[in-house]
Design a protein around this ligand. Sequence first.
Ligand code: 3H9
Length: 662
Amino acid sequence: MGRSTETTDFSGTVSGRLADGILLVCIANPPVNAASADVRAGLFEALARARQSPDITAVVITGAGRTFVGGADIREFGKPAVEPGLPAVVARIEAMDKPIIAAINGPALGGGCEIALACHYRIAGEAAKLGLPEVKLGIVPGAGGTQRLPRLVGLARAAELIASGRLLSADEALACGLVDRIAGDDLVGAAIAAAPGLIAGALRRTGELAVPPQQADALAILAAGLVARARGQPAVAEAVRLVKLAAERPLAEGLAEERATFLRLRDSDEAAALRYVFFAERAAAKISGLAGATPRPIRVVGIAGTGLMGSGIALSALAAGYQVIATDRSPAAAESGRSRITALVDRAVRAGRIEAKGGAEWLGRLLVGSSLAALAPADLVVEAVFDDLAVKMELFAQLDAIVGSCAVLATNTSYLDPDVLAAVTRQPARVCGLHFFSPAHVMRLVEVVRCGKTSPDVLVTGIAFARQLGKLPIVSGVGEGFIGNRIFSAYRREAEFLIEEGALPQEIDAAIEAYGFAMGPFAVFDLAGLEIAWARRKRQAAQRDPALRYVDIADRLCEAGRFGQKSGRGWYAYVDGERRVDPDVVAMIDLSRAAKKIVARHVPADEIVARLLAAMVQEGEAILAEGIAERASDIDLVMINGYGFPARKGGPMFASGRREPG
Ligand code: 3H9
């Protein structure tokens, strides 16, 4: 390489261009410039060249495309290590005797952030995002992040950022000292322009900085809170421990401890499961039969029904910037819907999730009324009225006549057949399901239901809309309960079999909570209310195959007025909001067993978990065989994001030994 501006390839993914003594190193490893073996080798080469060549006075590192570096290459985890490792590359950057400047053009995540941390100066473009999201993959940063970040931003902030995996915008990164400057349009130009000043002065090596002092007791309180919130995720506790170590030990010792912890966690079952979940989410976006389909534009979202579900969906749509028109069947119902939505916005303001003026702006985009005709301008209508087929059929026929010919009609039904709703419209191709989970503004899952006649562009519109709301859309075919509720029914059935055989609700809940669910099945049934499932069972009673095993204990509970938490009694008793084991329930269970001449036996916790998992997997296999779900990992995502299955177990299908994405 001479003085000219010719380009040198240091590896297949790292190139350099020398101009006026400054080597511009560009990482181009699509799609996200992950720091794969070839990138690391290329950076090593570039650094060696910079050190040896007297023509080079400074180095600028940047990423091609929209990303700086999206992190270590996650696909390499679990495979034999290839030298040089990222810690060696990072150490060489920091030790360089010529200034190295990070020109952060987009996300600098995980190992990408660690590369930036080791540079002597960091300039961020407007699109930069910085963070160490490793805990989401069940690991800690492994290339110095836990030791260098506290030296720049302090222990408390570093602990919070690493424990949460939260990403910072360029402005936030500047405010806390993670970057030194924000550049305007010409990021690389600004980085090159900064070089002469750095060449003239002493290099600021992050690893040589003292960790800003922090009150020990304040840090201890913060650390305890972060670990408690992580509910037993080992990576979070380890990350907090390592950050604290940065203030207690010399850099080299801290780095060695970080590396050992990273390697141990990387090879854990939990990290393998979380990597699978990461790739499962990417795989879920690849849906067959949609090639070439583009989403229809959506500006105005209509919502029919402003109950709990409709209000939550309205809030999500307002948060995503849509114009929202919500309707209910009477002025009084619409008024209480408006109050519910307003209360949700107020709560978001009070919790600091949005500013007060943001809340006012959201409400400024909301219209609530009792006339269905008001939905005429909607580009997409989500129907969220009571789950009654006749009511919904009438509503769909009316909506079909009211909205424009390009508008999409979506139903939020949980159990009804959306094909029947599509059939009452003149354009069944524009009907799909958008099945939200309660509370709809919180839960990330949306099952996007591909009905028999849904056109590809309508399905893509539903998916794009859900994504715009910040949700995780999973496509499901039509079938009783779609993916999630169908598996949940199998889970419920098996849990009731276990009761009949000898387990008690509290034993089943304890076993499943120890496995990692936030709540066991019986606590969930009580929270959701027992009456809807009861009504469904009564409807289906005539068609039920008498040869099939049926547990009637839930029916007995409902007949006794025990509808769950809101009625104060269900599978448990609720005293001042506290869940208690109820001897009356135990007696009812005993009676039911006695009527069937079942002698109760002790069911151990591991059998409880194994039986419930097997029931989910068996139903999952049937769902796959029927083509309701496209892939097993979609089922896992539904159960993790809609039903509290622990992500660190990877979902029922993964836990049963299936291995797909990744
Ligand atoms: C780490 O860095 C450890 C270090 O501390 C220590 C090392 C010693 N590797 O999300 P997208 C693929 S741990 C491999 O749809 P976007 C992804 O699978 C890592 N592949 O794009 C998909 O592939 P496909 C810490 C990766 O624009 C494609 O890229 N870093 C990686 O919506 C597009 O992905 C993270 O945890 C990767 N690191 O978002 C960041 N990342 O097309 C993880 C992505 O075949 N990544 N792929 O399905 C992200 O958060 C987002 O991908 C990002 C881009 C924001 C970068």
